[in-house]
Design a protein around this ligand. Structure first.
Ligand SMILES: Cc1ncc(COP(=O)(O)O)c(C=O)c1O
Length: 417
């Protein structure tokens, strides 16, 4: 007999910077029966998943599929497949996840050229252009939304700029896709990766990716199919062998193509979940989802300000789905987070690096980009802050947020008339 109890995690409202509570429909999809990976029913589902994610990424890219890994695996797949030793990669860093890109580039023996923006700000595209001109990199790699700072980098002009200087563009949209506008094709983004556990309303463990023809050409140059599955027509590419087998996008393209070339065993349950995330998002409408995130994020921000708290960062460039807020000096940030979790079952985020202990990050994303989640969080936070001796304006947070939701609802109704 096992001494271990059945799995019964505590009920939580996850209002941090991700993961969030998965949509129950996604969890339900993930409990459906397994089938073999070459079963026509399965390859059919893989094809549907590709089609759905084309809508999510706003792309016609044939190569739009899943990496069976957390979002970081999607980043690694993109970078290790593109970067050959010595390649120059320009990385505009405006938070922790920009540093992560640089770290992965270095592990690929690429030359990481970082430019820095103060945490809490975004880059002016002209700054990126100056660096592109100066360094002439093979690749420009940057985040759209860096959850560590809550800042969303405008990308609409970045792809065209990179083309002007003959660089490829990689975007980490893990934290932003589905909750902030992203148009892979219109913005000329060559390769974009994401994760499920933020605005896509799923659990972590699958990384949707899209890559366009320019990225495909660069990767196919490096195509070396592994021994044991290579056929007589699999002529090795001219470029250096991709240094990871698991994250080799050339082999993964074969795997997701009609060839169904064997690679790893598909993570079927994650595929079911990823497909359901995209199905729900596409049914709502990607633009409608972006609007829902913006309304919930703004309502939360208004509620926090109404309480007398100070927001962190350039609000004109804040991600729709995460708000940074300064910890009032009279309380201990971690004590407030602990009371919220223990007494109310609500999780909010701490912060990293230079912001550690200074701000909390509160997310409104995916399944939790909802009025009830925002209002419950504000009410609980007010109560915990007062109990911890914070000097805030009692009774002001929830009404400010509610007023914002009402105004947004009225504007949406008017627009629909
Ligand atoms: C912008 C960004 N990139 C990458 C990651 C890493 O994702 P994962 O933890 O799923 O590997 C995160 C996670 O928070 C993120 O916010």
């Amino acid at each position: 007999m096992s001494d271990f109890a059945d799995l019964n995690p505590p009920a939580r409202l996850l209002m941090g910077p991700g993961p969030i509570n998965a949509d129950p429909r996604v969890l339900r999809a993930m409990s459906t029966p397994l089938i073999g990976q070459f079963d026509p029913a399965m390859t059919g589902l893989m094809g549907e998943t590709m089609a759905l994610y084309r809508e999510v990424f706003k792309t016609a890219n044939r190569w739009t599929f899943l990496i069976d890994a957390t979002a970081r695996g999607g980043i690694e797949a993109a970078l290790v497949s593109l970067i050959e030793p010595g390649d120059k990669v320009l990385i505009p860093v405006f938070g922790r996840f920009g540093h992560l890109l640089a770290e992965i580039v270095r592990r690929c023996d690429g030359e990481a050229i970082e430019i820095q923006a103060e945490w809490g700000t975004a880059f002016d595209p002209s700054t990126i252009e100056v660096a592109l001109k100066k360094h002439q990199p093979k690749l420009l790699a940057l985040c759209q939304g860096d959850t560590s700072t809550t800042i969303c980098q405008p990308l609409a002009d970045i792809g065209a700029l990179a083309r002007k200087y003959d660089a490829l563009v990689y975007v980490d949209a893990t934290a932003s896709l589905g909750g902030n506008d992203l148009r892979a094709d219109d913005w000329h983004l060559d390769i974009v990766t994401a994760g499920l556990q933020k605005c896509l309303a799923g659990p972590s463990g699958s990384a949707p990716l899209t890559l366009g023809p320019r990225a495909e050409a660069a990767i196919q140059r490096r195509r070396h199919v592994e021994q044991g599955i290579a056929g007589p027509n699999d002529v090795p590419g001219q470029g250096a062998r991709i240094r990871s087998n698991y994250f080799d996008l050339a082999m993964l393209m074969d795997y997701w193509s009609e060839k169904r070339l064997n690679h790893h065993t598909e993570a079927t349950t994650m595929l079911y979940g990823a497909r359901e995330c995209a199905r729900i998002l596409v049914a709502e409408g990607v633009d409608a989802s972006v609007r829902r995130h913006r309304v919930a994020g703004d309502a939360l921000a208004k509620g926090l300000v109404g309480m007398g708290l100070k927001l962190f960062g350039d609000q004109a460039h804040r991600m729709a789905n995460v708000v940074g807020v300064y910890v009032p000096p009279e309380v201990v940030g971690d004590a407030v987070r602990r009371d919220l979790l223990v007494d109310f079952g609500i999780e909010i985020g701490t912060s990293f690096g230079p912001l550690h202990g200074k701000i909390w990050r509160i997310g409104t994303m995916g399944y939790n980009a909802r009025k009830d989640c925002v209002l419950t969080t504000l009410a609980a936070l007010e109560s915990v802050l007062l109990a911890n001796g914070a000097k805030i304006a009692a009774g002001q947070g929830v009404p400010a947020a509610l007023a914002h939701f009402r105004t947004a609802d009225a504007a949406a109704r008017k627009a629909a008339e």
